[in-house]
Design a binder for this molecule. Structure first.
Ligand SMILES: [Zn+2]
Length: 77
């Protein structure tokens, strides 16, 4: 793995969405976490990755816009 890739600059955290460890508090830095669906290049923590997926799923079921907020903001609830 190329850890000098600037897209992996937040490898190990903090997660830009929640400030937590990436991929999670139990194994910080062990693996890159989730690729944000917002820009497809920023790594976020596992929890926020799941939150993005759930948020988009629920919104799509309701026929709403699924454009995520910028990756430096929390996933809406
Ligand atoms: Zn997070």
């Amino acid at each position: 793995m190329n850890t000098t890739d600037p897209k992996q600059s937040n490898y190990g955290g903090p997660c830009p969405r929640c400030g937590g460890a990436v991929p999670n508090a139990a194994a910080p830095g062990k693996y890159p976490g989730a690729l944000s669906r917002y820009d497809n290049e920023t790594y976020i923590c596992s929890g926020c990755g799941q939150a993005e997926a759930m948020w988009q799923y629920v919104r799509s079921q309701e026929g709403l816009d699924i454009t995520l907020p910028p990756v430096n903001e929390p996933v809406p609830v």
